[in-house]
Write a protein that binds this ligand. Structure first.
Ligand code: GLU
Length: 504
């Protein structure tokens, strides 16, 4: 690659960023970092009808949370600023004029009503080489008529004049050569006088050119636009610096048929947005990965493998490893099933990989909410003992509440099965054994308690089950002596006394 790698993530601020968009941003980021290139945020907001306030800020917050750091963008500035298309109106106007001068575009005055009437009359009407001669545009009207209409304030659009029957080759890094015939394309609107804004296609091409974008990595849904984009590059005479395309595979429903939608998330109970989103118009709230308790590195790893893999079975990869291993050539052409259970699995894995101290920090506010006030170090110990049982930090409470509060009730079924006739007497003896232990480490306790059980000829399982019931209130939890070592001698004894008194 001789040219510097410069890629852009170019969302339109039309609402919350969909998880598929996050994956597009991620692949752009990985590719840029791998090639020591630039990762740019460009906001494509030329469609004022679809603009949603707060969407741009949301996109930046979400990608920042995930650790996708931009090099240039609306929020950072940069050598190619401005990066928000609505701030680049004058630039586009200039390039629209270039196309008009070259005869590669023309002005059309057809009103929406006229177009609708035409569509009514002609089945499958398409504004193109076969029909433009019968429409009201600068190709059919005289120069004077055109000028008069513009001077009179008539609204117009500028359309791209597409020559029919040309081969258009789109060279896609993932899909190979995709061949189109230009006749399938209509004379796309490039500019509207009404809001003096270009349409997506023109702004996108002009900006990719001016910002010296080397690779356009985007979702498969943009593949049909790519022949038009190639023709625009041709019309401007920019073919030599045209970016390479890479159209990423679709994210599919978990069942595999059809595109993943927000409704799938609602139906199956998983978020399709990175952060919680409140729709400013309807007030409707949609859940996000962050608020649902996902760690950003788990979301990154999960998404990285939806449409790409390193060519072996490796699944757990840090961002650095992903950057190192990523390549567009290894992206798949076929859609990737959105297996959200796998997302949970990744979260589980990353909870194990994160230091206990960090998980404790996330868990601490949950404890505070429950009125628990304990030293942070204690929470760290507890986290270390139970985290292998959870996929989310919020599940820690259910697995560890007995470390913070003594049982107030005992599970009836467990009592029936585990609390034997001899249990009260054995637990009374056990209290004395525990009292005599100075080094209350799990290891030492275990040795002494087991020695006592053996010397008495008691049934190991029976004693331990009753002991657990007294400590936890049911039959779950980590290793018994890890529990007692954590809660301490006095608390362990107090719980035994309470159990002897209360379990009938
Ligand atoms: N604005 C388009 C979007 O919302 C950008 C497509 C592209 O990357 O060219 O996805």
């Amino acid at each position: 690659m001789s040219q510097k790698v410069r890629v852009r993530f170019a969302p339109s601020p039309t609402g919350a960023l969909h998880i598929g968009g996050v994956r597009t941003a991620l692949y752009n980021y990985l590719f840029a970092k791998k090639h020591h290139g630039d990762f740019i945020l460009r906001i494509e907001d030329t469609d004022s009808q679809r603009f949603v306030p707060g969407a741009e800020e949301y996109i930046i917050e979400a990608l920042t949370w995930l650790g996708l750091q931009f090099d240039e963008g609306t929020h950072l500035g940069g050598a190619y600023a401005p990066y928000r298309q609505s701030d680049r109106k004058d630039i586009y106007k200039k390039y629209v004029d270039v196309l008009l001068e070259k005869g590669a575009a023309y002005i059309a005055f057809d009103t929406p009503a006229e177009l609708a009437a035409k569509r009514e009359l002609v089945g499958n009407f398409q504004y193109d080489a076969s029909t433009r001669g019968s429409m009201r545009n600068s190709l059919t009207l005289s120069k004077e008529e055109v000028k008069a209409l513009i001077d009179a304030g008539d609204q117009y659009v500028v359309r791209f004049k597409i020559d029919p029957n040309q081969d258009v080759l789109v060279n896609d890094v993932i899909r190979g050569e995709v061949k189109y015939n230009s006749s399938v394309l209509d004379d796309k609107v490039l500019y509207k006088s009404a809001d003096q804004l270009p349409t997506y296609h023109l702004a996108n091409i002009v900006d990719d050119h001016l910002m010296e974008i080397s690779h356009v990595i985007r979702g498969e849904e943009w593949l049909p636009s790519s022949p038009l984009h190639v023709l625009l590059y041709r019309a401007f005479g920019w073919e030599d610096t045209m970016p390479l395309f890479a159209h990423l595979p679709l994210l599919l429903k978990p069942e595999g048929n059809g595109k993943l939608s927000k409704r799938d998330g609602d139906r199956l109970g998983f978020p399709v947005f990175p952060l919680e989103w409140k729709d400013p118009a309807s007030g409707e709230i949609s859940s996000g990965y962050r608020e649902s308790g996902y760690l950003p590195e788990a979301v990154i790893n999960f998404l990285a493998l939806l449409g790409w893999n390193p060519g072996n079975d490796q699944e757990i990869m840090t961002m650095t490893e992903l950057i190192d291993l990523f390549s567009l050539e290894k992206c798949s052409k076929s859609g990737a099933k959105f297996d959200y259970e796998k997302g949970k699995w990744f979260n589980h894995q990353y909870i194990q990989l994160r230091p206990n101290s960090e998980i404790a920090k996330i868990f601490y506010p949950i404890l505070e909410d429950k009125g628990i006030d304990v030293p942070v170090e204690y929470v760290e110990t507890v986290v270390g003992l139970v985290k292998e049982r959870v996929s989310f930090v919020k599940e820690l409470w259910g697995q560890s509440s007995f470390f913070f509060i003594a049982p107030t009730a005992y599970d009836e079924k467990v009592v029936k099965k585990r609390w034997k006739e001899e249990s009260p007497a054995q637990m009374t003896e056990l209290i004395e054994v525990l009292k005599g232990i100075d080094d209350f480490s799990a290891h030492n306790q275990e040795e002494i308690v087991k020695g006592w059980i053996e010397s008495k000829g008691y049934h190991l399982g029976n004693v331990m089950n009753a002991f657990r019931l007294a400590l936890v209130g049911e039959s779950k939890g980590p290793h018994i002596f890890d529990i007692t070592a954590a809660i301490g001698k006095d608390e362990a004894i107090a719980r035994l006394e309470k159990a002897i008194l209360n379990i009938k």
